[in-house]
Design a protein around this ligand. Structure first.
Ligand code: SF4
Length: 447
């Protein structure tokens, strides 16, 4: 097996201080820039193979429509599609699920978890949601599904729509609130305002979802420390089951980056990284005082025994993900894939009776181990025994050099079976994870 990278680049905190353009968030491994159309045949090879005995299955559907494009958004979203165009897209998605349901690898498998992401899934009308989900259930039944997660933009939610979302079987509702201050929401191009956020959150909490999560972003444009603290306290007062906090990053294909480029700016007009880490640290402490538990680099939960996030935990343990919809990312038996990123080629592929897959990557066992290791470290800690049992490798030996290095920087410790990040390590985990990558995967662009 190839060695992991030599430690030859210092964790230069000074150089990394300003928020410059780029993706910092590590969403998968190997980096997307290594995925290629050359591997697409590998996906079909797995799909034509036998059903695996020991892998959970998740189902993801991507809804790429939004009311308005946020200035920090780097997803491919459409803000101008009419009902007929959206219906055509949903029909294409169902055709895609049908194609998958006919493959031997997926025959008879029922999803452990289902996820509706975007874009804005709650942009769909009640009848579109009812039709879509009932047809998805016919193909991949939800009767053994532990979690059905659904992302929503507060301004798209009426009480009737929220009731319908609950009735179709959603268990985890995630509200993209981002901030409770109307000025910050406006400056950052969000479509909703705080009034809609409070109304949606309050009503959702009466409907019996297993969990209601809210998303917040630390360091949006015009954010001040005072505002951030008020935002965190407002979140606590409203008692969501779970809060996900992202540190603002400015990827290349955002409106903010385009403006930076036009005006020749290198530094993004948002808080620098130490400030964002301080703000998230303050938030984590405040949530802990209020009885919440920090259970990943990005989440606090009110009751860790009840509030699970099956999608995250299962994916980070290598489960299969049947991912449908434009630009979506999936994974079967060690082969990653991504769909066509534009609606046109996506629909054309399905019209031609093909899978709409644009690029893929067939991992080897070492890459799979690294993937799980870095993703699980985002939870703050990993079990050495887990990797020994699953991969027959001692990760303390395999990653001795990067572990020693990050430990010497004061960010982690090894305690018996556990490799554990401390708070400062957790707050910059995405930067530190590159130390575990194979040398040729380091410093790759993450888009
Ligand atoms: S709501 Fe989300 S997906 Fe839609 S434009 Fe804003 S950030 Fe992008």
């Amino acid at each position: 097996m190839a060695e992991t990278a030599e430690i030859n680049t210092p964790l230069d905190a000074e150089a990394a201080e300003q928020t410059e353009a780029g993706n910092y968030f590590v969403a998968n491994y190997p980096p997307f820039s290594f995925w290629s159309p050359d591997y697409v045949g590998e996906v079909e090879r797995v799909l034509d193979g036998p059903t695996p005995e020991d892998s959970n299955l998740g189902v993801y559907f991507h809804i790429p429509f939004c009311r308005k494009r946020c200035h920090f958004c780097y997803f491919r979203v459409y803000t101008d599609k009419n009902a007929a165009e959206i219906n055509a897209y949903l029909e294409a998605g169902i055709r895609e699920f049908e194609r998958y349901s006919q493959k031997p690898y997926l025959a008879g498998r029922k999803p452990q978890f289902v996820y509706f992401g975007g874009g804005t899934p709650s942009y769909l009308s009640i009848s579109q949601l009812q039709d879509l989900t009932s047809r998805m259930k016919d193909l991949f039944p939800w009767d053994e599904t532990e979690e059905v997660a659904f992302e929503a933009e507060p301004g798209t939610l009426t009480e009737k729509k929220l009731e319908a979302i609950r009735e179709i079987g959603i268990t985890r509702l995630s509200l993209g609130i981002e901030n409770f201050d109307d000025h910050i929401l406006e400056v950052n191009g969000r479509a909703h305002r705080s009034k809609e956020a409070f109304r949606a959150l309050g009503f959702a909490q009466t409907l019996g979802f297993d969990q209601v999560n809210i998303d917040l972003i630390a360091g949006m444009m015009d954010e001040t420390e005072e505002n951030w603290k008020r935002c965190v306290d407002t979140a606590i007062e409203n008692e969501p089951d779970c809060v996900t906090i992202y540190q603002m990053e400015i990827p290349y294909n955002t409106t903010i980056y385009k403006e930076m480029k036009e005006t020749g700016k290198v530094t993004a007009p948002v808080a620098n990284w130490p400030t964002k880490r301080d703000w998230v640290d303050w938030a984590f402490n405040r949530f802990e005082e209020a009885g919440y538990t920090v259970n990943s680099a990005y989440t606090v939960v009110k009751n860790p025994d009840d509030v699970k996030f099956v999608y995250r935990d299962s994916l980070w343990e290598g489960s299969d993900l049947l991912s449908a919809g434009v630009a979506s990312f999936g994974h079967f038996g060690g082969v990653h894939y991504q769909n066509q990123a534009d609606v046109g080629p996506y629909m054309t592929a399905l019209d031609n009776g093909e899978f709409p897959i644009f690029r893929a990557y067939a991992t080897d066992p070492e890459e799979r181990l690294i993937r799980e290791f870095v993703l699980q470290l985002k939870l703050g800690q990993i079990s050495v025994a887990y990797f020994q049992e699953k991969y027959g490798e001692n990760v303390l030996e395999k990653f001795a050099a990067p572990l020693k290095y990050i430990e010497s920087e004061g960010f982690l410790s090894v305690e018996g079976d556990t490799v554990k990040f401390n708070r400062q390590g957790l707050l910059q985990v995405d930067r530190l994870l590159h130390e575990f990558f194979l040398s040729h995967h380091r410093n790759a662009r993450y888009t």
